[in-house]
Write a protein that binds this ligand. Structure first.
Ligand code: 5GP
Ligand code: MG
Length: 181
């Protein structure tokens, strides 16, 4: 792996394909152990989760459905409160939903998603994230399946971007250490 430059910033190699693949496989096996008697819906949060979910599905051996969604926020017409919806998620009522995230940092995004999910009358929900930054996490919501815990550093690749670039990198890079701290 070599350094990569995205826009104005340099990133250094951090996690290779083998390390990522073995984490993804472990997550798939743990989910299977809990869900093999059910038909869960894997709900990928766009855009970051597309590569993780794609590989996760190759390792998942049970019956399942796959859907992707984007959290949209708009101003309600009759109130000043922001209303969040899960765009394109399809009907989730009565389903066992596994939310699939690329990375959980502060947990704000995830909290919004779970709030909306709860209003959809799902049978059950759990959360899978490839990466988790324990030092940055500000919520108490448990993350059921974590691929890798990482330090509070900015990473790119394998679906994760820096201002739109880097999602197509098949390995994970971190911001050059001199710029990170
Ligand atoms: P949170 O709401 O948990 O603070 O942040 C979640 C979102 O922030 C992630 O879904 C991701 O889009 C972005 N994010 C957080 N940490 C990183 C990171 O290290 N690299 C990249 N590329 N995005 C991140
Ligand atoms: Mg995301």
């Amino acid at each position: 792996m070599n350094m990569v430059k995205l826009h104005d910033l340099e990133f250094e190699p951090y996690l290779d394909q083998k390390t990522i693949a073995s984490s993804v496989k472990t997550v798939a096996e743990r989910i299977y152990a809990d869900y093999h008697t059910k038909t869960p819906v894997f709900l990928g949060i766009l855009n970051g989760s597309f590569m993780f979910l794609s590989d996760l599905m190759k390792y998942y051996e049970g019956d399942c459905e796959i859907s992707f969604t984007k959290l949209s926020s708009y101003e309600g017409t009759s109130s000043t409160k922001n209303i969040n919806t899960l765009l394109g998620a399809g009907k989730l009522e009565g389903k066992d939903v596994i939310v699939v995230e690329d990375i959980v940092d502060t947990g704000h995004t995830l909290e919004h998603i779970i709030e909306v999910l709860k209003s959809e009358n799902v049978a059950s929900y759990s959360i899978a994230s490839l990466f988790f930054k324990p030092e940055a996490y500000q919520k108490s919501l448990p993350i059921d399946y974590i691929g890798l815990e990482i330090p509070n550093r900015f990473i790119v690749g394998y679906g994760l971007d820096y201002n739109g670039l880097g999602r197509n990198l098949s390995e994970i890079y971190q911001l050059k250490s001199s710029l990170n701290d």
